[in-house]
Design a protein around this ligand. Structure first.
Ligand code: ADP
Ligand code: MG
Length: 321
């Protein structure tokens, strides 16, 4: 059922000044963004950042107030049916019929897409197997756990073999095992060639899963890049932590100079230094200096910044609901 591709420039999604207002509130503010075909791309942001509103515009469920976007090469305003045929959605809220079984839900959706009966039967079985629900194919969706519902939603989202799959906070509210299962499934789908647009407020998850991320806050993109690029650029530097039996001011000054630290502090007896990057031989040099001074080292470690630190550095710290 694969449709002809319309993306000769290699972009699955291109947004130009994409904006959505609700009254006086600007939920999405002039988004400029390109997502390459085949990417596993993340929108990371707290509640209210504008992730769902962005997804709704890019799935043609909500019209933009201003700006444009192309999805799979087609205009979201003027060519909405062509866009819809090429995308699948796993919505934030479960949108299946509780009274229907897993299989019946898929059949219902397949019929809406106009899929042929034979094809639909084959594809439903195959997908229920992929998402680990084949044994429960005749069970009512309403009796499923959160994780099972989410897996069924994923099967429904890819039933018509879309080029692009949007997943809106698919792991929010799930237990750790289910979260892992959803992430693995997402990666499997992405490896099979589907472009995945994934939203989450979980920074560790975005770090582990996504090849590229935008950090959104209050409708705006604060930063864009791979998780390691973002940590390098906005993480505030790497940390080196050294736990010694004893130290004095002179040693601290020497250590600071040795690694060109931008800051040095001592917290609970542990020396903490911030350095722009941890070069190859840096830890080695430190141990060299300490052994020359005959100082016992209890612990010497380097820590890269987390996406959480990137996020805090880029956004305001107030709590969102
Ligand atoms: N239909 C709507 N009417 C009014 N305000 C809305 C509507 N949908 C979303 N918003 C507001 O837009 C902002 C962004 O919401 P949303 O896109 O759902 O954020 P996220 O998915 O990142 O949590 C929030 O302040 C939200 O309250
Ligand atoms: Mg949302």
């Amino acid at each position: 059922m694969s449709l002809e591709s319309n993306t000769p420039n290699g972009y699955a999604i291109e947004c130009k000044d994409l904006t959505r207002k609700f009254g006086t509130l600007t939920a999405v503010d002039s988004l400029n963004l390109r997502i390459r075909k085949g990417e596993l791309f993340g929108f990371l942001g707290p509640n209210g950042a504008g992730k769902t509103t962005t997804i709704k515009m890019l799935t043609t469920l909500l019209s933009p107030t201003s700006g444009d976007a192309k999805v799979a090469g087609y205009d979201i305003r003027d060519e909405a049916p062509l866009v819809r045929a090429r995308i699948g959605v796993v919505p934030q809220e479960f949108a299946m019929f509780d009274e229907l079984s897993a299989m019946e839900n898929l059949w219902y959706i397949g019929e809406l897409y106009g899929m042929k009966k034979e094809m639909l039967k084959r594809r439903s079985e195959e997908l229920l197997k992929t998402v680990g629900l084949l044994a429960q194919k005749n069970v009512r969706a309403g009796s499923f756990s959160g994780g099972m519902k989410q897996r069924l939603s994923i099967a429904a989202g890819i039933l018509h073999t879309p080029e692009i799959l949007y997943m809106d906070e698919p792991t929010t509210g799930l237990d750790p095992q289910s979260r892992i299962a959803i992430r693995e499934l997402t990666q499997t789908l992405n490896r099979s060639g589907i472009t995945v647009v994934y939203t989450t407020h979980d920074m560790e998850e975005a770090d582990k899963l996504c090849q590229r991320i935008v950090i959104m806050d209050r409708g705006e993109i604060k930063a864009e890049g791979s998780p390691s690029e973002l940590k390098e650029k906005y993480g505030g530097g790497h940390r080196i932590e050294i736990e010694l039996k004893s130290h004095d001011e002179r040693l601290l000054a020497e250590l600071k100079e040795l690694v060109s630290a931008t800051s040095v502090s001592v917290d609970d007896g542990i020396i903490q230094m911030t350095v722009p990057t941890v070069g190859g031989g840096m830890l080695h040099q430190i141990s060299g200096l300490l052994s020359k001074r005959k100082i016992d080292v209890r612990e010497l470690r380097s820590k890269e910044p987390s996406l959480e630190e990137v996020f805090i550095n880029l956004t305001s710290k107030e709590v969102r609901d």
